[in-house]
Design a protein around this ligand. Structure first.
Ligand code: ADP
Ligand code: MG
Length: 423
């Protein structure tokens, strides 16, 4: 069973390569290989098949090179290219009668594959697999018939068995693999799309709801103010309410816009320490109101890249949440650490903390436990801004004990800052 054994080795090689390409696909960004890498993979496969072929006489080589050629031709449309490459590789093993036979066999095949390619891709997957198996079988039969013309002294049973089973089996397995990957990929894309649509829908519904409430309230009070006999005092009171409600609506829009478009237009060098100091000064009155003591521990250096305005917005949200989580007072620790690669900012409160379910929902739009006092947009904005500044967030929390936020941002190297004249 010389032929079957050799074809079996070929088949094993093909399956190993199939697995390698699956791994490459997995590692690739959008689950697809570029055309050049695909061509390289097919050519390497063809070369391996030829290298491990059965050569009963010096000029004849029997192997499964037809499998990569057929599959490359039908799925990628590179049949002619693969045949040219194959002939090039085959000629390295000797320019002999076998090479001319190869030409006679594969040049028409290349043209047929080229013509079939557009039609093939339009077929349903099962039909495609069935079709490739049929082609594999026909090519196997043709190979054995071609062999008998050569008057080679081969075992007929071995030749028929090997060439009827191996090509169709190999082609079937691999095209099934290809179809499986294609289907998974398609499903993944569809899922992403529906998820996106769902998010937009939810956002739209939630936003209009969040904006409608303050607007309805504001318009109600405007109507009340139409009363000619309203006292000055009352009118003033109503106006203040209207202003507050409109301000709330504006805030929702502002937060939403920051989330929807967190693209940071200008990247500047931010001195983390001085930025945080300014933010803390800003929030000191709120901390006093909540009887919260703010303790800081900043390392001397630490520059990161980001937009000052957005950085402030981000940490105002975080520190405000931390202060608000301590309604009966507490301590808020804000510290930074510096290393060559990253600047870490830690915000630790001794507030109410969060359960693991609450922690999971942190950053979800409109998730708030503060009822009318919260918009549930603050943390969502924080997450999208930190992501836009190439940072990461880690949160630890324990109910009743408090919450710690760790932010990590890439450090700007001193060298680079010297170039820009900051040090
Ligand atoms: P809001 O502050 O308007 O409620 P956020 O998006 O800022 O919305 O926060 C969402 C929710 O996350 C808060 O309602 C609160 O339940 C929880 N949260 C955020 N930060 C903290 C914290 N430091 N301690 C406890 N809970 C927090
Ligand atoms: Mg908040």
């Amino acid at each position: 069973m010389e032929i079957t054994t050799h074809l079996f080795i070929n088949l094993s090689l093909l399956i190993i390569l199939l697995f390698i390409s699956l791994i490459l696909l997995e590692k690739s960004k959008n689950f697809s290989l570029s055309k050049p890498s695909m061509i390289t993979l097919f050519i390497v496969t063809i070369w391996l098949c030829i290298q491990f072929s059965y050569a009963p006489v010096s000029y004849a080589r029997f192997d499964l090179r037809m499998i990569p050629i057929v599959l490359g031709g039908l799925y990628v449309g590179i049949g002619p290219l693969l045949v040219i490459a194959m002939i090039g590789i085959r000629s390295l093993y000797g320019v002999d009668i076998g090479l001319w036979q190869t030409l006679a066999f594969y040049v028409p095949l290349a043209l047929i594959l080229w013509r079939l390619y557009p039609w093939f891709l339009k077929q349903p997957p099962t039909k495609r697999i069935f079709f490739t198996i049929c082609i594999g079988m026909s090519l196997g039969i043709l190979s054995v018939v071609g062999m008998s013309f050569d008057n080679l002294s081969v075992n007929q049973f071995d030749a028929w068995f090997g060439f009827l089973i191996m090509p169709s089996l190999g082609i079937g397995i691999i095209s099934y693999g290809i179809e499986f990957v294609r289907k998974t990929n398609e499903m993944q894309q569809q899922l992403i799309k529906t998820e996106k649509l769902k998010a937009v829908e939810q956002m739209g519904a939630a936003i209009s709801h969040e904006i409608r409430n303050p607007l309805t309230a504001a318009s109600g009070f405007v109507q009340l103010m139409q009363d000619d006999y309203l006292s000055r005092q009352k009118r003033k009171e109503y106006l203040a309410i209207v202003r507050e409600e409109l301000f709330l609506a504006e805030k929702v829009i502002q937060d939403y816009l920051t989330f929807a478009k967190p693209a940071i237009e200008k990247f500047e060098e931010l001195n983390v320490k001085s930025e945080l100091r300014q933010i803390i000064n800003l929030l000191q009155p709120l901390a006093n109101q909540y009887s919260v003591e703010i303790v800081t521990d900043f390392c001397i250096i630490g520059y990161i890249q980001g937009d000052e305005q957005k950085f402030r917005q981000c940490f105002v949200n975080v520190l405000k949440n931390a202060i608000e989580s301590m309604p009966h007072g507490g301590t808020l620790h804000v510290s930074t650490e510096y290393s060559q690669d990253e600047v870490t900012i830690m915000v630790k409160d001794t507030g109410v903390g969060m359960t693991s379910q609450q922690l999971e929902r942190l950053g979800e739009p409109f998730y708030s436990t503060k009822g009318k006092n919260g918009t549930g947009l603050g943390m969502m904005v924080v997450y999208s801004l930190v992501r836009a500044m190439n940072g990461t967030i880690l949160v630890e929390s324990e109910v009743g004990k408090g919450t710690t936020f760790h932010f990590e941002f890439p450090t700007i190297s001193i060298k680079k800052m010297e170039q820009t004249g900051r040090v």
